[in-house]
Design a protein around this ligand. Structure first.
Ligand code: GMT
Length: 378
C-alpha cells in the first residue's frame, strides 16, 4: 500500500506511535509518506520506502498567523495526486483529519473517485479529552471524526469517552499502543550510572512532555517522600510547560541534588534499563505509552487508576494504580516496590511479559487489516 501518515513531530506519544507505525509498515514493504511541520522525533535516519514531506508555513503580510491546516492540506493533495496514495492516516483528530478531508476535496476535480485516498484517523487522547472537551472546539472535532472513513482509538477508555462525548456516526475500532520489545528491553550498563553520578541508590524515572495533565508536582512530592526513607535518584526525561515550576519545587523541597532534569532525550532505553520504578500520576491518560515502554524494560509502574492504565497494568502484578492525587498511596506503593526486592523482581518480570502482548508486529498487522478493510469498502 501507499500510505500517508500525518503526525505531530513533537515529543509525545501520538508522534511516537505514528512514527513507529510508519517505520514498521515501510519495513514490511509498504511505501510511507510522512507529513509534519518538522522531522518527527523518532524518525531518525531515512530508509527505503520512507519519504518525509515538510509542511512549510508561508507568511503573508496581511495575515497575523500562518495557516498550518491549509498548508498541510495542500501538501497532502500534492503528494497524494502524484504518488497515488491509498490511505492517509491522520494521527490526532484536528487539524490532521480535517486537512486530509480538505485535500481530498481539492482532488475531487482532478482524479476519478476510485483513485482518491481513504482517510483513517487515530484518536490519541488529548484531541478528545482536552481539545474535544473545549465546547468551542467540539463541532470541529466531531466533523473530523464523522468525515473520516475510519476511526481508531488507542484504548477502550478513549473509545468510550469519544462515544460519550460525540456519539460518532461510525464504529470506533480500538488498536492499542504498542512497543517493539526487540528494541525496548532491559540492558543495564554501569557506565550510564556513572555518567549520571548514580551509585547504588534506587532510580525512579518519569518521561513525558511536562504538560499539566502529567501532574509533575505530584511526582516530585512522591519522590520527596520516598527520598526521606531511602537513598534514591529521580530522573525526569522530557520538557514542557511545567518544567520551571517543577525545578522551583525541587529546590524548595531541598532535593535538587537527587533530581536530574535530563530534557528531551530520544534515546531512553539505557535510562529505563537502570530504572527501578516509573512514576506516572497523570490525572488523565488515554493509554500511557511511556509506561508500556518502561514495562518492556522491566520497570514496574506506579500510576493512576485513570484512563487506559488499567488496560495493561494489573495492580500488584505490574505495579500499582492509585486514585489521581493520592500522593500518600503512591508513595507507599513505590516504597513497597523499592524495598522488597522479591516483589520488585516478580513485577519486573511480569511487566516484561505483559509488554509482549502489545508487540509492534501484531498491532501493525491490525492497522494493515484496518486499511485493507477501508479500501475494500470502496
Ligand atoms: O500527552 C502526551 O503525552 C502526548 C499525547 C500526544 O498527543 O502525543 O499522548 C497521547 O497519546 C499517546 C499515544 O497514543 C498516549 O499514550 C497518551 O496516553 C496520550 N496522552 C494523554 O491522553 C494525556
Amino acid at each position: 500500500m501507499k500510505i500517508g501518515i500525518i503526525c505531530h513531530p513533537t515529543y509525545g506519544g501520538s508522534g511516537a506511535i505514528a512514527t513507529e507505525l510508519g517505520k514498521a509498515l515501510a519495513a514490511k514493504g509498504h511505501t510511507v509518506h510522512f507529513f509534519s511541520q518538522s522531522v518527527p522525533f523518532r524518525l531518525g535516519t531515512f530508509s527505503k520506502n520512507i519519504f518525509y514531506h515538510e509542511v512549510e508555513l508561508k507568511h503573508y503580510p496581511l495575515f497575523e498567523c500562518s495557516f498550518y491546516s491549509l498548508a498541510l492540506a495542500s501538501k497532502i493533495a500534492e503528494v497524494a495526486y502524484y504518488e497515488n496514495l491509498d490511505v492517509v492516516h491522520a494521527h490526532y483528530a484536528i487539524p490532521h483529519a480535517l486537512s486530509a478531508m480538505l485535500a481530498r476535496q481539492m482532488l475531487d476535480d482532478k482524479c476519478s473517485h476510485s483513485k482518491c485516498f481513504k482517510i483513517a484517523t487515530t484518536l490519541h487522547g488529548t484531541d478528545i479529552t482536552v481539545v474535544g472537551a473545549d465546547r468551542g472546539m467540539q463541532d470541529v472535532v466531531r466533523l473530523a471524526i464523522n468525515k473520516s472513513d475510519g476511526v481508531t482509538s488507542v484504548s477502550e477508555y478513549l473509545k468510550d469517552e469519544t462515544v460519550r462525548m460525540f456519539s460518532p456516526k461510525k464504529d470506533i475500532t480500538v488498536i492499542s499502543n504498542f512497543v517493539d520489545t526487540s528494541f525496548f528491553f532491559r540492558s543495564p550498563k554501569q557506565e550510564i550510572r556513572e555518567q549520571l553520578g548514580i551509585g547504588d541508590e534506587k532510580v525512579v524515572i518519569h518521561i513525558s512532555n511536562f504538560r499539566p495533565v502529567k501532574c509533575i508536582g505530584d511526582i516530585i512530592r512522591i519522590f520527596y517522600a520516598i527520598s526521606r526513607k531511602i537513598n534514591a535518584t529521580l530522573l525526569l526525561v522530557g520538557d514542557g510547560p511545567e518544567r520551571s515550576e517543577a525545578e522551583i519545587l525541587v529546590r524548595e523541597l531541598g532535593i535538587a541534588d537527587r533530581v536530574r532534569f535530563l530534557g528531551k532525550l530520544e534515546v531512553i532505553v539505557p535510562l529505563l534499563s537502570i530504572a527501578d520504578l516509573m512514576l506516572m500520576p497523570s490525572n488523565a491518560e488515554s493509554f500511557g505509552l511511556a509506561a508500556l515502554e518502561a514495562m518492556a524494560c522491566g520497570v514496574p509502574v506506579v500510576a493512576t487508576l485513570a484512563g487506559g492504565f488499567p488496560e495493561f497494568i494489573v495492580p500488584g502484578v505490574h505495579g500499582y494504580l492509585l486514585a489521581p492525587g493520592d500522593i500518600e498511596g503512591m508513595t507507599e506503593k513505590a516504597l513497597l516496590l523499592l524495598t522488597d526486592y522479591g516483589h520488585w523482581l516478580d513485577c519486573s518480570e511480569a511487566s516484561i511479559l505483559q509488554a509482549k502482548h502489545f508487540e509492534t508486529a501484531s498491532l501493525v498487522e491490525q492497522y494493515e487489516e484496518y486499511y485493507t478493510r477501508l479500501l475494500e469498502e470502496g
